[in-house]
Design a protein around this ligand. Structure first.
Ligand code: AMP
Length: 400
């Protein structure tokens, strides 16, 4: 069922509660990377340009002690948002109570208010992260409608996303998706559940254990699943190929065998690797085919593997990429990730999606992020989506 989105709402004169993802790096009271704030601007602007009052809130980091509050206040974020919007943003340094209620009552149409870090509520019994129903209900009472635009936390059931949505709906008020959330669901949802074929998934990263769900789910959805990165060598071991001192999860070798049996020729593994004599950029390294010699660890896929992967990708109409092909943080072992990322980005007739924290970081670090149709903003959320799980905060949005 299609979900209600912010553009379906009549926001004029309305108090619009908006859950944003402003979980940004802050150092010495100054916001560093402001990508997440920029990503929320379309929804905020839509609300204020259509005469609504935008009441914003987000979590920032993890609040465990009273002392954490000083470095995890939203104040610097309000300043950054004000700069980006080129208009004042009222910052309210509490998460509930008379000060917040009065500030909201004083808002005029088109005004923007940001209240304090929702996780300040975690100090008193994990009210936010534990989805305390009273808290969701309280926040819901502050507005006429709710918009969730925080994809990064959509895989979690918190008071500020699921709790508030449920409370709004219980009162007959709408809970809608913001533009960012809508875009994420559309790209990831279409790719996985209604892909234009051939659909090729490229999965990398360090561990099979953290990607089992994704490999399993995508094997049932994609036409080809290309595996690279540290995961490869658990599969190698399962195939009886020597792994040297490469990363291997011994307790996942059996599972790797099962996955290979299930996959048949759908699964594509590297045929050569760049192997190094230590885990460092200044290691001695060489490219070998097949068996990895003793005393060497594989840190990147080799040229022939890249060619093989390109061959499998060249006619793809949908590509989902999650996880680097090697230790891309070290320049000598970044080539596989870079070459493949560039190639996927160059596929003109394909919808190409990068998801997951590390592949997005790799794409950004390598300067190729703008080559993809969609760069997913939520690491954990996009991973869970690719595993076929329902994201609770998306499920909680009202149906159209
Ligand atoms: P993940 O968080 O599971 O997506 O894994 C990302 C991490 O995997 C990155 O930090 C990479 O450096 C690392 N990685 C990729 N390939 C290898 C490899 N062959 N050996 C060890 N680590 C790897």
């Amino acid at each position: 069922m299609a979900k209600l989105t912010v553009s379906d709402l009549d926001v004029k004169d309305k108090k619009v509660l908006i859950r944003v993802d402003f979980n940004v790096p802050v150092k010495d009271g100054v916001v560093g990377d402001d990508n997440r704030i920029v990503a929320a601007l379309p929804t905020i602007k839509y609300v204020i340009e259509n005469g609504g009052k935008a009441i914003l809130f987000s979590h920032l980091g993890r609040v465990k002690t009273e002392e954490d509050k000083e470095k995890l206040t939203m104040r610097p974020v309000a300043q950054k948002l004000s700069d980006l919007l080129e208009k004042p943003v009222t910052f309210v340094p509490v998460t509930r109570g008379a000060q917040l209620e009065e500030a909201i009552a004083n808002m005029k149409d088109g005004d923007v208010l940001l209240f304090e870090n929702t996780r300040f509520e975690d100090l008193d019994g994990k009210k936010e992260s534990g989805n305390d129903p009273e808290l969701g209900k309280y926040w819901a009472s502050l507005g006429d409608m709710f918009v969730n635009d925080a994809f990064g936390t959509a895989h979690r059931s918190h008071a500020s996303n699921v709790g508030i949505s449920e409370a709004m709906k219980a009162e007959g008020k709408p809970a809608a998706a913001g533009f960012l959330l809508e875009k994420e669901i559309k790209f990831l949802g279409d790719a996985v559940d209604a892909p234009v074929r051939p659909f090729v998934a490229v999965l990398g990263g360090s561990k099979v254990s953290s990607k089992i769900g994704v490999i399993n789910h995508l094997l049932s959805k994609a036409d080809k699943v290309i595996i690279g990165g540290g995961m490869t060598y658990t599969f190698y071991k399962a195939k009886g190929i020597a792994v040297g001192s490469s990363l291997v999860e011994d307790d996942k070798v059996e599972l790797a065998k099962e996955l290979m049996e299930k996959a048949g020729d759908k699964l594509v593994l590297p045929i050569d690797n760049v192997v190094a004599d230590k885990f460092a950029n200044d290691a001695n390294y060489k490219t070998v085919e097949g068996d990895i010699p003793d005393g060497y660890m594989a840190l990147d896929v080799g040229e022939k593997s890249i060619e093989l992967f390109k061959e499998n990708l060249k006619d793809a109409k949908t590509v989902v990429w999650n996880g680097p092909m090697g230790v891309f943080e070290m320049p000598n072992f970044a080539k596989g990730t870079l070459e493949l990322g560039k190639f996927i980005g160059s596929l003109e007739d394909a919808t190409t999606i990068v998801g997951g924290g590390d592949s997005v970081a790799a794409a950004k670090q390598l300067g190729i992020a703008d080559k993809f149709s969609h760069v997913s903003t939520g690491g954990g959320s996009s991973l869970e989506y690719l595993e076929g799980k329902t994201l609770p905060a998306v499920a909680a949005v009202s149906d159209k």
